[in-house]
Design a protein around this ligand. Structure first.
Ligand code: ADP
Ligand code: MG
Length: 247
């Protein structure tokens, strides 16, 4: 039986079968119930494996959730808006979401949380930083390889580009970044985090005209979320200072 299941590619059922037989005997399942459960075991196993593959492919540095986000700590942020985004219609409409604010305000946390939501709903996602992205596209030595690398960043339903503003791009990198934003425009969402105001993007890209054209596409269908609060990273330190070390 087991080899035949393998031959048919029913590897999940093959794994689940001994336990299914056991329960079926104990609970005296009907033939119908047994077959239903056997088919369900294969489907559930496949879904689980697909979800694991999507999660690995997304290269998230850590798992963060909206549930674990302390909205009370960041009052400038609309909790309702974030929960609306979590229903993922922004993915369907290829709307971009931009989190702007100083370090430690939860920008990466929130973009990861939305990526996790998208992954669990069955969408593909990919996490990168702008520095990493720029290097990946820059070091590609011949045009075919650049195309191939670009495709890696254009195909996922959700692309997280973290930490825009920390590195200035070379002319080649800026050009590829523009190409990427153009390729995803109206096709796939970008979740972007930045500590830099839009007015500084010209110097970031080393080209005012390119920056204007890029922002034009990036912001056409976009939710821009400024976070003007305190750093969560400093929270504990500040509490310690305020209480003189007595917690
Ligand atoms: P940023 O990307 O804006 O610099 P992060 O998202 O990396 O900030 O947040 C820094 C750390 O603080 C992370 O571990 C994150 O999970 C946590 N954090 C930030 N804001 C909150 C919050 N409001 N509630 C819970 N954890 C938070
Ligand atoms: Mg960050």
């Amino acid at each position: 039986m087991q080899p035949q299941l393998k031959q048919l590619g029913l590897t999940q059922l093959e794994k689940a079968l001994p336990a299914l037989f056991e329960t079926a005997r104990q609970e005296q399942w009907t033939y119908e119930l047994f077959l239903t459960r056997a088919v369900a075991a294969e489907i559930e196993g496949r879904d689980r494996r697909a979800a694991e593959r999507r999660m690995t492919a997304a290269r998230l540095p850590t798992i963060k959730t909206l549930e674990a986000f302390d909205f009370a700590f960041q009052p400038s942020l609309s909790e309702r808006l974030l929960w609306e985004l979590a229903d993922l219609s922004f993915v369907q409409t290829a709307t971009n979401v931009l989190f702007l604010g100083p370090p430690g305000t939860g920008k990466t946390h929130l973009s990861l949380a939305l990526a996790v939501k998208a992954l669990s709903a069955g969408y593909s996602a990919l996490f990168t930083t702008l520095t990493h992205l720029a290097e990946a596209l820059d070091t590609a030595s011949y045009p075919g390889l650049v195309r191939q690398r670009l495709r890696r960043y254009t195909t996922p339903s959700v692309l997280v580009i973290d930490e825009v503003g920390y590195t200035k791009l070379s002319p080649g990198q800026a050009h590829h970044f523009f190409e990427l934003v153009t390729a995803r425009y109206e096709h796939g969402s970008i979740l972007l985090t930045s500590n830099t105001g839009f007015s500084e993007w010209g110097s970031l890209l080393g080209d005012e005209i390119l920056a204007t054209a890029l922002l034009d596409r990036l912001l056409h269908h976009a939710e821009v979320i400024p976070i003007n609060g305190r750093s969560y990273r400093m929270k504990d330190r500040r509490e310690t200072l305020e209480t003189g070390g007595q917690k």
